[in-house]
Design a protein around this ligand. Structure first.
Ligand code: ADE
Length: 229
């Protein structure tokens, strides 16, 4: 069983619509749809936006469905000139850019207790995602993806995240899902198509390109299920 989480319906509706043999249940307001997609057993949920919704969804999915791999799919803002709208960021690792206990002497981003800043994605899924992006005629970049409870839409914020964490894309859920997966010993991967530039243009880019980017992620993910899962 592969678990798939998207924050918004625009990121999951096409997956759920393509599934057969579906059953669903709702836990804490989130619907988990189990069924067959591209011949593989999957469970898909729309978590809601931000790290808390994402964490609740990931934990529930792990407890109720015990997925062998947890995939977070959707859209992201670019943090590198190597990724433009429609290209795909494949996370090698995830960081919570808004986690900050630095007044206590910790490095910014450190998750106290487990003493980690970066959460590593499943290496096999990373390679397979890149192959799938290429097969779909797209461009992928592998790198660290930053998550936080903020929509990044300024050059200053963008620069600060890149300089601190050396990241390629920003979004609002991936690192929360990675954190939950890590503490449960569940392999995870994050696949994000670029919807905007995460700078002053992002307010305009995002509504214009979010659908296109979400569709790109869906196409890559379906190919992954078909050819690699
Ligand atoms: N998801 C898509 N674009 C984003 C941005 N610029 N900041 C945070 N999350 C995003």
């Amino acid at each position: 069983m592969i678990g798939i989480i998207g924050a918004m319906q625009s990121e999951t509706a096409a997956l759920i619509a393509a599934m057969t043999d579906t059953t669903s249940e709702t836990v804490s307001g989130v619907t988990y749809t189990k069924g067959i997609l591209e011949g593989k057993e999957v469970v898909v949920a729309t978590s809601g936006i931000g790290k808390v919704f994402a964490a609740v969804c990931a934990q529930t999915m792990i407890l109720c469905y015990a997925p062998s791999l947890l995939i977070n799919t959707g859209v992201a803002g670019t943090l590198t000139t190597a990724l433009s709208v429609g290209d795909v960021a494949v996370a090698s690792s995830l960081v919570q850019h808004d986690m900050d206990t630095s007044p206590l002497g910790d490095p910014v981003g450190l998750v106290s207790g487990i003493n980690k800043i970066y959460f590593d994605a499943d290496g096999r899924a990373v390679e397979a995602f890149c192959a799938c992006v290429q097969a779909e005629g797209g461009k992928s970049v592998v790198g660290t993806v930053a998550s936080g409870d903020q929509f990044i839409a300024s050059p200053e914020k963008k620069k600060a995240i890149v300089e601190r964490f050396c990241t390629v894309a920003c979004e609002m859920e991936g690192a929360a899902i990675a954190h939950v997966a890590f503490i449960n010993g569940t392999p995870f991967a994050v696949l994000r198509a670029i919807s905007d530039s995460a700078d002053g243009e992002a307010r305009v880019d995002y509504p214009t390109f979010v659908k296109l980017a979400a569709a790109r992620s869906v196409a890559v993910l379906r190919r992954y299920l078909r050819e690699f899962a």
